[in-house]
Design a protein around this ligand. Sequence first.
Ligand SMILES: *Cc1c(COP(=O)(O)O)cnc(C)c1O
Length: 471
Amino acid sequence: MNDPTDFLAHAGESPTPAATAAPAADAALLSALAAAQPCLWTNPLLAPQTPSAVRAGAKDISLADVHAAQARFDRFAPLLRRLFPELAGSAGAIESPVLPASALQPAIGLPPGRGTLWIKADHSLPVAGSIKARGGIHEVLEFAERLAVQHALVTEGDDYGVLAEPAARAVFSRYQVAVGSTGNLGLSIGVMASALGFRAVVHMSADAKPWKKDRLRARGVEVIEHAGDYQQAVAAGRAQAQQDPACHFVDDERSLSLLLGYSAAVLHLDAQLHEHGIAPDARRPLFVYLPCGVGGAPAGIAFGLKQRYGPHVHCFFAEPTQSPCFLVQMIGAEVNGVGGNPSVYDYGLTNRTEADGLAVPRASELAASAMRELLSGVYTVADEQLLRDLYLAKRDAGIEIEPSAAAGFSGPAMLTGTEAGQAWLARHGLTDLMATATHLVWTTGGLFVPAEEYRRFLARGEALAASSTPR
Ligand SMILES: *Cc1c(COP(=O)(O)O)cnc(C)c1O
């Protein structure tokens, strides 16, 4: 293959959704889901040929949009370098390493004959400490760039370092950036907005961790607490922002800028995989496991991955057994067509989980529409398993992550060690290729978890690991 994107089906060639009306999710899956038991759903609408553009909300997006987001990060790099001393070593890039993790394979139930384990270490992303550094910061930068151009603070080709000067800060200080968040998105938006000189407001749900609120307040961000869940915090923030024309509300459930900011991760990842000698193709499949909350982060990344690697990459989302909002969204779409936005409460689930970054009752419809034909599947993970994997990741791979970020580690065993997973691999002609497969687990947060809180998670995970049978 000369052109690496030869596999992309051109717009209009992909099978029309109506022609692929899918059977209802099977009864066994639905009962496991409602009983909060770990389960794997695979997507019957997955397109064999990756479309070159997909519909995300009201817009078609393609690889060009991924490059545009990366170009925006590149334009801002000199400014980010000035604002954040921790970015001096990366010339203003906010990036994370890809780590080999074969020592962790036995503990997570992935025998060597079934592929090799790697970690994409977004738990260590500087500035925000989680994957939200990608989407959240991108959206704040896009807003800042629009204002900078409108107010003639920069013209094309200028060094954006000037946006750290008083003239630019005076303009930014007249605007507010607001967001509703369970914690990590608030951290990313709040820190970046206040560093640029915006007024920053974060609406947080009751389940957000106190240390996240404290960290924001210490940076001059206004934190407004809401009694309900994540979705109510977003709704309250959205309503308040609509009253104020000088307020930009970052809408986690509807924002394309967020989604595209996440997608840009793929360009650097591609170079990193290449450096490690990993080049996904028809003989060497790549499996990627992405923790999912509202769906924007994993959908942005999965979109970018599918644009880059087409049918050679297989993307799976991971959700807590009590908060599988993306799974119920995809099943709903499968049964009822694209309409409908069910919640996990509709299935009798509680939305209570230690994985606070994933504690979302209802998925983003924008993310779900982008994933309709690109996502391979979604699986769920019990909290005990998250804590166990948090401990094992420390013991065998030396990394410190938060519970949400451990959700990816169940993926390889879900896929290669369960009946549902093996049946899916067989259906897609992948069974015989597993020895040369790469499994990439995306660890999505943890850098700023206070040491005391991390030690408690670790101790609980260690006790669970000692008392349970291996996978
Ligand atoms: C937000 C978050 C995710 C998932 O991102 P969504 O866009 O909400 O799906 C995963 N892991 C961590 C640690 C997060 O904070």
